[in-house]
Every structure is written in C-alpha cells, then in structure tokens.
Design a protein around this ligand. Structure first.
Ligand code: DX5
Ligand code: ZN
Length: 218
C-alpha cells in the first residue's frame, strides 16, 4: 500500500488567512492541501474557484493542491484549475457521463486525475478500466457539501473493495475523518487522508497530522 499523505481541508480554515494557513499546515507536516471547490449546483454551497487557487499557488510555491471538484460540469473547469496551479483534479463520478475522456483531458493539462464517489455510489461503479486510468480514488465518508459532518462508517467497506482491486493506487477518504475515525480508514486501506475540522479546530494541528500519518503507516 502506498505511504500516508495528509491533505488538510482548508474549508475549515480562516479564509481571511488562507495562504498563511496553507503554509502553517505544510510546516505542520502536511504533504498536500485539499481545496474544496463547490459550485452551488452539484452541491448547494459555493466555496472557492480558480482565482483563489491561483492566489494560493503563487503565495505558497511548490504547494500540492488536491482539488476536490464538487461541480456539476467537471469538464468545464479543467483548464482554469490547471492554469491556477492545481496539482490533482478530482471529479465526481456522479457528475460526468464520460469519465475516461475527462481523465485524458486532466492528464493533457499535466494534472493528476482523481475519481470521487459519494456515499450512495457503489465502489463497483469504478470499473477496472477507470480505476487503472485514474491516479487517485476518493471515497466520500460524508455527503459532499459542507465540513464538520459525522463520519459515515458504512462507506468504509468501499475502501477495502477498491484497495483489493487497486493495490498500488492512492485511495483517499474525505469527511468526518480525524484521530477518532482514522483506524477503520487505515485498516481498510486508505492512504490519502483528508481532515478539515479535526485538524483546524485543534490547537496543535501538527500533532493531529502526525497521528493520522502514523496510523496509516503503521
Ligand atoms: C465535504 C468536503 C470535505 C470537508 C471535510 O463536502 O469535501 O473535504 O471539508 O471536512 P471535515 O473533515 O470537517 O469533515
Ligand atoms: Zn473534500
């Protein structure tokens, strides 16, 4: 299984201090930063888009932006996110009818491609061909749309199923993940860990990052 990658969700940060918060997370041991892009269509909320990501990538050189695209037309934003410095473009399988072509378009723009599935989408919706084409698979452990929700343990078997079929892929979990819920995620085989409130609401985020990382790599 690949090594642990911790990707703090900046949705839980103080947006007024966004670039400083990203730097603080990297200093605290985070490998990636998870950028939740919501468009008010795929999910009810609106968060941030390419202009903000562009500011972050300029202010934090070398940052790996793990862009979680909770958008209705994921094909539409590939160029903008690439131009803004996005490193990984993770779209929702529920939002596209042609995921393989979308992965090609993402790769053409030199980004890694991720495929996300919401709680009601079975892991088998990710075919062998699709899983092999993607660089990362994201199993949502809450319904996409906002931070601070309760972890849905019923989603965890999907991680195990995907890990069995894709032993070398990055498999990410997102939603309600923190020191209290990391054990089941790690046991099931996820290695990319998103945590928002569990990291940003803690006075010592570096300690939380270390706990998450050690649990995955143990
Ligand atoms: C939910 C987002 C998550 C969320 C995670 O729609 O995709 O990334 O911000 O936040 P926590 O860790 O607080 O559940
Ligand atoms: Zn997310």
């Amino acid at each position: 299984m690949p090594r642990a990658i911790i990707s703090p969700s900046v949705l839980a940060s103080d947006f007024g201090q966004l670039t400083a918060e990203c730097k603080r997370m990297i200093k605290g041991g985070a490998e990636w930063l998870h950028m939740d892009v919501m468009d008010g269509h795929f999910v009810p909320n609106i968060t941030m888009g390419a202009p903000i990501l562009s500011c972050v990538s300029k202010a934090v050189p070398g940052i790996f932006m793990d862009c979680h695209m909770m958008v209705a037309q994921p094909e539409k934003w590939v160029d903008d996110i690439a131009n803004a410095g996005g490193s990984l473009y993770c779209f929702h399988l529920e939002a596209t009818s042609d995921p393989l072509s979308l992965i090609d378009a993402i790769h053409d723009r030199k980004m890694k491609a991720g495929v996300a599935i919401s709680p009601d989408t079975p892991s088998t919706a990710i075919t062998d061909e699709l899983g092999e084409a993607a660089d990362m698979l994201l199993v949502m452990t809450v319904y996409p749309g906002r931070g601070g929700q309760k972890f849905l343990e019923r989603c965890v078997p999907k991680v195990s199923e995907l890990r069995t079929r894709f032993p070398e892929k990055d498999i990410e979990v997102d939603g309600g993940v923190g020191p209290k819920t990391i054990d089941v995620c790690a046991d099931a085989g996820s290695n990319v860990i998103v945590a928002g409130t569990a990291i940003f609401n803690d006075p010592k985020p570096d300690k939380v990052i270390a706990i998450l990382k050690e649990t995955v790599d143990k």
